[in-house]
Design a protein around this ligand. Structure first.
Ligand SMILES: [Zn+2]
Length: 127
C-alpha cells in the first residue's frame, strides 16, 4: 500500500482521540496509485475538490459496513468520501460531477448499486 497525496487536505470523517484530523493522503494499492492521483487531479482541476467534505477511508481505514464494501477496501482499491451524508443503503447527496469524472476514468461508483453505497468509489468494474 502506498500513500497518494490529496491536492489539498480533507478532514477525516471520524475523530482520532476525540480530535478532528485533516488527512493529507489516501492509502491505496500500489497498482492503482497513479490512477488514484490522476483521479484526484481531475477532480481538482475540474473545480470539484471542494465538493469533498470528508475522507472516510481507503485501505482498511475503517471498519466494515457491508460485505462487498470490505473486500475492495481490504485490497486498497476503494475510497470513501462524505460518509455522513452518504450512508450505505441511502440515496445520499454525492456530487454528480465527482461521479461523472470518476466514471469517465473507469471508476465504479457505489451509489448505482442495488444496495447503494454513495460514499464509495472503487477502481474497475464488474464487482
Ligand atoms: Zn467504501
Amino acid at each position: 500500500m502506498v500513500g497518494v497525496n490529496f491536492p489539498s487536505g480533507l478532514p477525516l470523517g471520524w475523530k482520532v482521540n476525540g480530535m478532528e484530523v485533516v488527512a493529507t493522503r489516501a492509502r491505496v494499492n500500489e497498482a492503482i496509485a497513479a490512477e488514484t492521483l490522476a483521479l484526484f487531479r481531475s477532480w481538482y482541476l475540474s473545480g470539484l475538490w471542494p465538493k469533498l467534505a470528508t475522507f472516510d477511508g481507503g485501505y482498511t481505514w475503517r471498519s466494515k459496513r457491508g460485505a462487498d464494501d470490505l473486500s475492495m477496501h481490504a485490497y486498497g482499491g476503494a475510497l470513501d468520501f462524505n460518509a455522513s451524508t452518504n450512508q450505505l443503503g441511502s440515496e445520499g447527496d454525492m456530487d454528480r460531477g465527482l461521479v461523472e469524472v470518476a466514471q469517465r476514468r473507469g471508476w465504479t461508483w457505489g451509489g448505482e448499486w442495488k444496495r447503494p453505497d454513495p460514499m464509495h468509489f472503487q477502481w474497475g468494474r464488474g464487482y
